[in-house]
Design a protein around this ligand. Structure first.
Ligand SMILES: Cc1cc2nc3c(=O)[nH]c(=O)nc-3n(C[C@H](O)[C@H](O)[C@H](O)COP(=O)(O)OP(=O)(O)OC[C@H]3O[C@@H](n4cnc5c(N)ncnc54)[C@H](O)[C@@H]3O)c2cc1C
Length: 377
């Protein structure tokens, strides 16, 4: 399925393709996926090159079609994806662009686009993951600062981050959705302890964060005090609606490679496997169509994606897992080689039905907010 492009958009594609062809051979080799500081340097270096060439803004300011062309072309050329810049570029930055004051936009957006500053997300807490509004991390106003105390968990990129989009409880007496505030916390503030957690794939990509009387300036609050749930819905709609879009393109490439490998190694003769590959082909085509729709819909409604993102997130995370299960069936014992980047992707695919809200939660959202069904519990 190809995008219908205007002459101007085709020109954008041709220029980008030419730029990638010139730029990629000079790119340093990919770092060890388990070496997190090196990964940060590599990902930020790539973002800087994009910025210098005029493509740094593409996830925010470009037209939906240009954004999709960018994703198609960078993937086709084998260019790096956002990596450590995931939160900053794809949901903290867009939230600040939509909800921040002009001063906040001036302070935070450009460094993200230049690859100078990395963000992480401090939303989840023990016993407040799916039920996010149950969070207990407290922030008490003291003059021109909030004093924050509590614990966060599963904070991706915490070790590498300069800033954290942080949810805190500012009114413990209000109903749980009404007492929350969204803050930008500098990760070098005294009182923050980051304790890395090791994943199945061996990476310390995420961490626990302990916050002990951390002072965050009141000027770092995005939105009003106690209005953080509304701002959070904006962040989550970017996270579920448009942040994973680029990965669909990568999955389509992996599927193509798998089909070619299956033809070569004889597994293609297995009709069950062939059917699985065919069904996945149809699924990723449908997801690409849904992606186009989500990105255009977000653009049409002032830049913020709607609840349709939950449909995408639900289908995409399951399709991704099935893709890597099928890959294991095609590759056989080779699929167990942990040193291969491919295998890191296979192991991390298990987490996609949990991260950014579990499948059960997405199903609840689809049932209640899209289909208008009554609340389950
Ligand atoms: C790879 C990865 C990266 C992550 N990165 C971050 C990050 O950077 N920052 C961050 O803040 N968080 C992050 N998370 C945390 C993630 O958002 C939570 O794990 C997720 O929201 C689920 O919360 P939980 O783990 O507390 O599970 P729980 O809420 O304890 O859920 C356990 C099970 O119960 C089900 N369940 C719970 N409530 C309901 C309900 N009402 N209806 C139906 N079923 C229900 C869930 O679907 C799930 O199957 C990450 C998670 C992963 C896996």
């Amino acid at each position: 399925m190809e995008l219908a492009c205007t002459d101007e958009e085709e020109e954008f594609r041709a220029r980008l393709r030419e730029w990638l062809a010139a730029e990629l051979p000079g790119l340093p080799p990919k770092p060890d996926p388990l070496d997190w500081p090196a990964r940060r340097a590599y990902d930020c270096g790539w973002q800087r090159r994009l910025y210098d060439a005029g493509y740094g803004h593409v996830h925010w300011d470009a037209s939906p079609t240009q954004r999709l062309i960018f994703l198609e072309e960078t993937e086709r050329a084998g260019a790096p994806y956002v990596g450590a810049n995931f939160v900053g570029l794809l949901h903290a930055g867009p939230t600040i662009a939509a909800e921040g004051t002009p001063e906040q936009r001036d302070r935070w957006l450009e460094p993200v686009l230049r690859g100078d500053e990395v963000w992480c997300q401090g939303f989840s807490e023990p016993e407040a993951g799916s039920d996010l509004a149950a969070l207990r991390t407290r922030a008490v106003r003291d003059g021109d600062a909030y004093v924050v105390t509590g614990q966060k968990i599963w904070t991706s990129h915490a070790e590498a981050a300069d800033w954290c989009e942080l949810l805190v409880r500012t009114d413990p007496d209000a109903p749980k959705h009404r007492g929350i505030t969204w803050l930008a916390m500098p990760m070098d503030a005294p009182g923050i302890t980051v304790r890395p957690l090791r994943t199945l794939a061996g990476s310390t990509e995420f961490a626990e964060m302990f916050l002990d009387e951390v002072r965050v300036p009141v000027g770092n609050r995005v939105g009003e005090e106690n209005d953080g749930w509304r701002v959070t819905m904006v962040t989550l709609s970017f996270e579920r609606g448009t942040a994973f879009v680029g990965e669909v393109v990568a999955c389509r490439r992996v599927l193509g490679e798998l089909a070619r490998t299956a033809r070569k190694n004889g597994t293609w003769d297995d009709p069950v496997l062939r059917r699985r590959l065919g069904r996945l082909g149809a699924e990723f085509q449908a997801l690409w169509r849904l992606t186009q729709w989500n990105v255009s819909e977000a653009q049409a409604s002032g830049g913020v994606p709607g609840t349709g993102g939950s449909v995408f997130k639900l289908r995409y995370s399951h399709a991704r897992q099935e893709l890597y299960d099928t890959a294991a069936a095609v590759l056989g014992p080779e699929a167990l080689d942990l040193a291969r980047e491919w295998n890191q992707d296979r192991l991390s695919s298990l987490s996609y039905t949990i991260a950014a809200g579990t499948s059960q939660i997405q199903q609840n959202i689809v049932a209640e907010r899209i289909l208008g069904l009554p609340k389950g519990r």
